[in-house]
Design a protein around this ligand. Structure first.
Ligand code: ATP
Length: 423
């Protein structure tokens, strides 16, 4: 057990940096035992570090006794080990390892943290595509088992790729806003959001990460809508450029079409969407909210017609939006509000917020809201407030939909929902 007893000068080389340039060097490496296979006087280990792995060979000889080979072969899978070894150029490509051109000839091996012998799930099973499991009866791992054992499930190549890409989204969000001249203090901001809703769906969590943008504008809330949409477009482009490997890794387990978007972003009005849905046989009123199946259907219709997986739906009926939403200046039944969609699912809701205390009071009363409870909010607009608009983007949903996944729990490290509080 490492209890910080000593602080040696030893340099640990990262597995992804073990390439032929390092041939014949002696290095120390820390990794997990991914697999081990004993064969006569030799033992082949695969050592893993994040999504990278290398073959390590322990062979009876000058540096290893028979006992050492046996010891190495018996270390439980997923244990963390420190290994000293010589990097050797491989005679032939080592299939199944990311470091295909080299192997590590082990001289010393220490167990740093031992895993229990029986794992609650096998990593190989956890990355197997559903169809493959169905076809030849090989095991896959169901979602509850994964989430109950999330510390292991997070080690799979798929999970590693998902969370690499997700941190890329946050980084690109920040980079884009800095380029646009925003300062991240109150908003724009990456925040933790808690929701006490009993929503048991594939897209609702009780705790999620919001990328929030609120801003003052000059004359028209579309100034804000355009900034938000462009921020998302910059994120999509950045992901496409920088995260191809991760996208492909996830696609291996969850195949999906590449994400498509237009520049500038397509903006449809709600009434146009209703017309498209009606043409497709849906019966709905002008002021009716979109049901989840209708949102999905609309996503498909928009994709067929405009070839995009990302679009803005503008001018929602006033009746289906919160009290603080600015009514439309022309048609009082509509509002200056919008949602943004990826692959037919909502990722952002936003609106121009009423900045006039009189109108805000009227709208709150209309909604039957106790004015006492929102007094501080209304009062904050009494001394000259600029017009402003904004919206919140759900990080887990964007990650899920960009990668074409089907459950938001896959893109939350330790998901919380009405039925899950652990681990
Ligand atoms: P929905 O209609 O899907 O419940 P909402 O209208 O409540 O969403 P907002 O409250 O406007 O959504 O939140 C803005 C964004 O935050 C959503 O588009 C979504 O990306 C994200 N979001 C909202 N609620 C959740 C949740 N429970 N879990 C995960 N993400 C969420």
């Amino acid at each position: 057990m490492i209890q910080s007893q000593e602080k040696p000068d030893r340099v640990l080389v990262r597995i992804k940096d073990l390439t032929v340039e390092k041939a014949d060097e002696v290095v120390w490496v820390r990794g997990r035992i991914h697999t081990s296979r004993a064969k006569g006087k030799q033992c082949f280990l695969v050592l893993r570090q994040q999504q990278f792995n290398i073959q390590a060979l322990v062979a009876v000889g000058q540096h290893a006794s028979k006992q050492m080979v046996k010891f190495a072969a018996n270390i439980n899978k997923e244990s963390i080990v420190d290994v000293e070894g010589v990097v050797r150029k491989a005679h032939q490509k080592i299939g199944g390892c990311t470091q295909q051109d080299v192997e590590l000839h082990v001289q010393r091996i220490y167990v740093v943290s031992l895993a229990e012998p029986r794992l609650p799930l096998q990593l190989d099973d956890a990355v197997r595509p559903e169809v493959e499991g169905e076809e030849d009866g090989r095991a896959t791992v169901n979602q509850d088992t994964r989430l109950d054992n999330r510390v292991i499930d997070l080690r799979t190549s798929t999970s590693q790729a998902i969370f690499c890409l997700q941190s890329g989204i946050c980084q690109l969000f920040r980079e884009t806003l800095i380029r646009k001249g925003f300062v991240e203090i109150q908003t724009p901001k990456i925040i933790s959001v808690f929701r006490a809703e009993d929503s048991n769906t594939h897209r609702h969590l009780t705790e999620f990460v919001g990328l929030d943008i609120e801003m003052a504008f000059n004359y028209h809330y579309h100034e804000v809508v355009d900034e938000i949409a462009d921020t998302l477009v910059q994120i999509f482009k950045g992901l496409q450029e920088r995260f191809q490997t991760e996208i492909q890794t996830v696609n291996k387990q969850f195949p999906c079409e590449p994400f498509k978007f237009l520049e500038p972003t397509l903006r449809l009005e709600y009434r146009e969407a209703v017309a498209m849905l009606r043409e497709a046989g849906v019966e709905m009123g002008d002021e009716e909210d979109l049901s989840t199946p209708n949102e999905k259907l609309l996503g498909r219709l928009v994709k067929e017609k405009y070839d995009t997986d990302f679009y803005i739906l503008d001018k929602y009926p006033l009746a289906v939006r919160p009290f603080y939403t600015m009514p439309d200046p022309v048609n009082p039944k509509n509002s200056n509000s919008y949602d943004m969609f990826m692959r037919g699912e909502e990722i952002l809701s936003g609106a121009q917020r009423i900045h006039d205390p009189q109108l805000l009071t009227e709208r709150a009363q209309h909604h039957g809201i106790d004015l006492e409870k929102i007094k501080a909010y209304i009062d904050s607009f009494r001394f000259g407030a600029p017009p402003h608009a904004g919206g919140g983007i759900g990080l887990e949903r964007v990650t899920m939909l960009y990668l074409g996944l089907h459950n938001v729990r896959q893109t939350s490290m330790f998901p919380r929902d009405p039925k899950r509080l652990t681990p």
